[in-house]
Design a protein around this ligand. Structure first.
Ligand code: CP
Length: 377
């Protein structure tokens, strides 16, 4: 009897112990969930609203930029620009190429930040070169793990801090809508240098510039987009950028990486013609003016086995171009992995290296536009 009582007491204690451990675990999980939802800047948070943010108001920026900030563009998305405004940006880029000295002091006294939470070669370096060529100064980071965001600082706080130091922020982030969110927490203009799989507007400016330069026009072109159309922010932005110009699109992608409904609905709404294909054939290439190749983006896949299945699904080889149009140009936002064979590089229709170079001038033009800098003498 005494033994049974002792057992009962131990049973009771162990039950209470289990309940306490469960409560502790629930408390930890709840705390983590609250932090993730409201305070964190980790992938998957819900703190950032949807949007394609490119530019925010510049009112109230630091003293050096008073003149610029008075005229800077307010809450404007470069992809929303009119045909005339896009023409002006392209004309400015051409003027910058023709008269580099005229622009060498345009940003004198201004400071810009490049905040790259995601890797980049072209976008960051061309923006930084663009600032240098305009006479401005750059601060920033290319590896967020070396910043206080690795200690748990939120995107909001990082943006507010950097806003204390600079007149313009150029930001790349893995979260869709991050640039729009940043533009809502600061008065310093924000340029979206790519937000997750959403948009890459400055890439689109240099793409439009490259298309105009190689085709002599933007209207009524057939543009074939190949590869990762699901996660490819450059193709999402290019559809918007081309929407004024009556394009015909061919979307070539495996089923797993098809153009999302959002972009197809956009095409439907704006009367843009498109066809979808899973085979990348010479027949499609031969109808094309601009062949826009893209990389399958490993970093966007949650299932790496799926990536392995589709990563080399389309490879453009030189012999596939034998009957292509004379005016065909091959574009690629780069980096390339395997999707363009190296034997294409020597084909005069390969334009991707020049395309990246055009990014420098397009980005100089964008910076002048965003800061409201007069391009007259
Ligand atoms: N096109 C592009 O965005 O290249 P990076 O990722 O190197 O900046």
């Amino acid at each position: 009897m005494a033994r049974r009582t002792k057992d009962n007491v131990w049973d009771k204690f162990s039950r209470i112990g289990v309940i306490l451990v469960l409560l502790y675990v629930m408390f930890i999980i709840l705390g983590f969930a609250v932090r993730l939802l409201f305070f964190s800047d980790e992938r998957g948070t819900s703190i950032i609203p949807e949007g394609n943010g490119v530019v925010a108001s510049a009112e109230g920026t630091s003293a050096q930029s008073t003149a610029a900030s008075e005229t800077a563009t307010t809450n404007e998305n470069i992809l929303d620009l009119s045909v005339e405004e896009l023409d002006e940006l392209i004309a400015t880029a051409n003027d910058i190429i023709a008269n580099p000295k005229k622009y060498s002091e345009k940003c004198r006294g201004l400071k810009l930040a490049t905040l790259f939470f995601e890797p980049s070669t072209r976008t960051r370096l061309s923006f930084e070169t663009a600032v240098n060529r305009l006479g401005g100064r750059v601060i920033g980071f290319s590896d967020a793990s070396t910043t206080s965001s690795s200690k748990g600082e939120t995107l909001k706080d990082t943006i507010l801090m950097v806003s204390n130091y600079v007149d313009l922020i150029i930001m790349r982030h893995h979260l869709e809508g991050a640039a729009r969110y940043a533009s809502e927490v600061t008065d310093v203009p924000i340029i979206n240098a790519g937000d997750g799989a959403n948009q890459h507007p400055s890439q689109t400016m240099l793409d439009l510039y490259s298309i105009r330069k190689t085709q002599g026009k933007l209207d009524n072109l057939t543009i074939t987009m190949v590869g990762d159309l699901k996660y490819g922010r450059t193709v999402h932005s290019l559809i918007v950028g081309m929407s004024h110009f009556h394009p015909t699109f061919h979307f070539v992608a495996p089923n797993e990486l098809r153009m999302p409904d959002e972009q197809k609905n956009f095409c439907d709404k704006h009367g843009l013609k498109y066809e979808e294909h899973t085979d990348f054939t010479e027949d499609i290439i031969n109808q094309t003016d601009i062949l826009y190749m893209t990389r399958v983006q490993r970093e966007r896949f949650t299932d790496l086995e799926e990536y392995e299945r589709v990563k080399n699904v389309y490879i453009l080889r030189n012999d596939m171009l034998r009957n292509s149009r004379e005016n065909l140009r091959i574009l690629h936002p780069l980096p390339r992995v395997n999707e363009i064979a190296y034997d294409v590089d020597d084909n005069p229709k390969a334009y991707y290296i020049q395309q990246a170079r055009n990014g420098l001038f397009a980005r100089q033009a964008i910076i002048c536009e965003v800061l409201g800098i007069s391009i007259d003498e």
